[in-house]
Design a protein around this ligand. Structure first.
Ligand code: SF4
Length: 721
């Protein structure tokens, strides 16, 4: 073997091999992660993928999904060209068309619908990825529609809503400086590895770790204290912890006296939540509740790490999370270093410590200039609190009923109907649209209902702006040419803006000029960023500052941290939304519906993540799916399985009053007896069809995905998955 052959075999970059290493980022999962990639390219093709050591966030690491980047990019079932539907909706019959024909058709259809029915009858929806969201929202508003929606209508926004109801401005956990971290139903080792690493490092320097989670997870395994509550009882647990803190005078009395509203009523309300009562309601032993309260409230700096969806995926979710976040105010740990620190988002929810004009860019038109958003009548508190978007959970009903106004067209980017409760119901609503476009990397079941399908490219084939914490920012450039005829979602948005003839100077000026405009306060330009393909630190990062509330009022109606919400006081009589963080059991539960629980005795808890899958994005990859061969499956406790005569990998039926799905049984002590846990999104066993369309938190509109009732049967062996 020659030297060059040896170098080629080792995939060694250099002139002799023609292999070069290009920088990119992985966007398979959450925008808060996005690990750096080193892509080894030969003849325009990726031949090897490594984590980029230069990325200060991921530091050279990749999870199993990112390590499968080549399978993701070179998957055989990528959409190759723009497509026009030629068969009935859902059948999947399309014919290829040119980009010009596709974009001209979309522009003329949207203009016609706007003229005939009004701009609000066109919805703009962003699923995954997330990098183009500011641009899609600006497109919606420039078009005149208030109906920009995202998957955050069932992820993140209700968590943000709960924090805003308490503090006005959300605060993130400052893990690096915390003496104690209270992780509330989050498992970063599967969902956000950067936070997982931060927790491990902090533990090594002595930080105490309390984990609240109904399941046993890698995070709970690291904990000093694991509070394994029954799903949906988070509020009761938080109120019981508050009871101990107040009774033992562990709260920050100066902060409470000077900066809070409604403490006396809150204090009176938590009187009833003794540790014994907490144990009765949550299943967590009273002694552990006391220990957690003392551990969290006694240290100097304690932070709460919330999850974007776990706690708010309950019909009582926002009230539960208000009770949790109230603990940060009660102990004076809000907006302090080592507590829950307020750093404004720089770009797409990331508190990057980089000054930007993202908000002004996306909210190019005030809400008052546009008709009410989808969900405005049903979720008025959302409209008061959430500035970002319409409540997309109401979309299927509004398409179906045409009330209060019709929705005639949808421009979807990564729209997946399986994300909604009663996913089958939404699938049927899609059939009622006059015009539906979906942009995606792969031909999904949702795409089969679209009139036009457009092929999107992956993160390694496009440019993407990304802010990380600590003032680090990257504007990636394509590492390889887009496969087939795929294009960046942002290029599609800019092309549509042009063909729609929108009078918007930033769309007319182009992407780089728009990025320059957004980043203007940071002093960084798109041209400068292009010189640093692995990213760079901005010269003037925002310095983290604590206790800003001493100078600037809380962004609440009272100007203080609110144990009792003044916004909810407005709705208390009309809608029954309690102004205190009152605990009620989940809508379907042994406590609220004992008759139903006789027939459906298990708690159905769905939607957490496995390390190799993120939603439906990596089910199709052979590397990732080989790590969990018995999928789709549901986790059940072995004691329940023995009682029902179910063995590992038996086919079982999970049945709710709404519907049933068949899956493999996965017997594990990770779930408590009496709880069935199922992962979501799989085509062959879509668990969201088991939920009724209106099984929602009435405050936020978030689905109660994590606490419904079900029964389990061993399936007839003839059932084929
Ligand atoms: S999928 Fe994995 S490698 Fe990719 S950004 Fe997420 S955590 Fe990082």
């Amino acid at each position: 073997m020659s030297d060059v052959q040896r170098l080629l075999q080792g995939k060694i970059p250099g002139a002799a091999t023609g292999i070069e290493v290009k920088k990119s980022i992985c966007a398979i999962c959450d925008p808060l992660t996005q690990c750096g990639l080193d892509l080894y390219i030969q003849d325009g093709r990726i031949i090897k993928v490594e984590g980029s050591k230069e990325n200060p966030y991921s530091k050279g690491t990749l999870c199993s999904k990112g390590a499968s980047t080549r399978q993701y990019v070179y998957s055989d079932d990528r959409i190759q060209t723009p497509l026009k539907r030629v068969g009935p909706r859902g059948e999947g019959k399309f014919e290829p068309i040119t980009w010009d024909e596709a974009l001209d058709t979309i522009a003329s259809q949207l203009k016609q619908i706007k003229e005939q029915a009004g701009p609000e009858t066109v919805g703009f929806f962003a699923g995954y990825a997330k990098f183009f969201r500011p641009f899609l929202k600006r497109l919606a508003h420039s078009f005149g529609s208030p109906n920009y929606m995202t998957e955050s209508s069932s992820c993140y926004q209700a968590m943000s809503m709960a924090q805003k109801l308490v503090f006005g401005r959300p605060g993130g956990p400052d893990i690096m400086r915390a003496d104690c971290l209270l992780v509330w139903s989050a498992n970063p080792f599967h969902a956000n590895p950067g936070n997982g690493r931060a927790i491990q490092n902090a533990k090594e320097r002595g930080m105490k770790l309390i984990v609240v989670d109904p399941r046993v997870t890698p995070t709970s395994a690291l904990a000093d204290l694991h509070l394994q509550l029954r799903p949906g009882t988070d509020g009761a647990l938080a109120l019981a912890i508050a009871h101990v803190i107040i009774k033992e005078k562990l709260h920050d009395q100066d902060f409470v006296a000077s900066y809070t509203y409604g403490f006396d009523e809150y204090k009176e309300y938590v009187q009833a939540f003794t540790p014994a009562k907490g144990e009765e309601l949550t299943g967590v032993p009273a002694s552990k509740i006391q220990e957690a309260a003392r551990m969290y409230a006694s240290v100097k700096r304690a932070a709460i790490l919330p999850s974007a969806s776990s706690v708010v995926h309950h019909t009582n979710g926002v009230q539960n999370y208000r009770a949790v976040f109230a603990l940060a105010g009660l102990t004076g740990n809000y907006d302090v270093l080592g507590g829950n620190l307020v750093n404004p988002p720089s770009f797409i929810h990331t508190p990057g410590l980089i000054p930007t004009r993202e908000h002004d860019f996306v909210q190019s038109r005030p809400w008052s200039d546009m008709p009410p958003r989808i969900g405005a009548d049903r979720f008025p508190v959302w409209m008061d609190i959430i500035d970002e978007e319409a409540q997309a959970m109401h979309l299927p009903e509004q398409i179906r009923t045409g009330s209060p106004y019709p929705v005639k067209a949808l421009l979807g980017f990564g729209l997946n109907y399986r994300m909604w409760p009663d996913s089958e119901g939404f699938r049927k609503s899609l059939e009622m649209l006059d015009f539906f476009v979906n942009v995606d990397i792969f031909m999904t079941d949702t795409c089969k209902y679209a009139d036009i399908v457009l092929p999107a490219c992956t993160s390694v084939e496009r440019s993407e702006l990304r802010c990380y914490g600590a003032g680090y920012i990257v504007f990636t450039q394509p590492a390889i040419a887009p496969r087939y005829q795929s294009r960046s979602d942002i290029d599609i948005i800019y092309d549509l803006a042009s063909r729609l003839g929108l009078d918007d100077p930033l769309f007319q000026a182009g992407l780089d000029a728009s990025i320059d405009w957004i980043l203007e306060p940071s002093g960084i330009t798109a041209a400068e960023l292009k010189k640093h393909p692995a990213g760079m630190f901005v010269p003037n990062p925002i310095k983290p500052q604590e206790r800003k509330y001493r100078e600037i009022d809380f962004a609440t109606l009272s100007g203080k941290m609110e144990f009792k919400s003044k916004v909810l006081e407005k709705y208390e009589d009309k809608s029954g939304h309690a102004a205190l963080p009152v605990y009620t059991p989940p809508k379907y539960s042994l406590e609220a519906t004992p008759e139903l629980a006789k027939d459906y005795p298990f708690i159905l808890n769905t939607g957490s993540r496995l390390p190799m899958f993120v939603h439906t994005r990596t089910f199709r990859l052979s590397w990732t799916s080989s790590l969990r061969p018995n999928f789709p499956s549901a986790d059940m406790n072995p004691t329940d399985a023995v009682r029902l005569g179910i063995r590992q990998d038996d086919t079982i039926r999970i049945i709710t009053p709404k519907d049933a799905v068949s899956v493999k049984a996965n017997l594990t002590g990770m779930v408590q007896p009496g709880v069935i846990h199922m992962y979501h999104g799989h085509q062959a066993a879509d668990v969201n069809r088991l939920f009724e369309e209106d099984y929602l938190d009435p405050l936020s509109g978030f689905p109660g995905f994590k606490s419904a009732l079900c029964k389990v049967e061993k399936a007839d062996e003839r059932v084929v998955l």
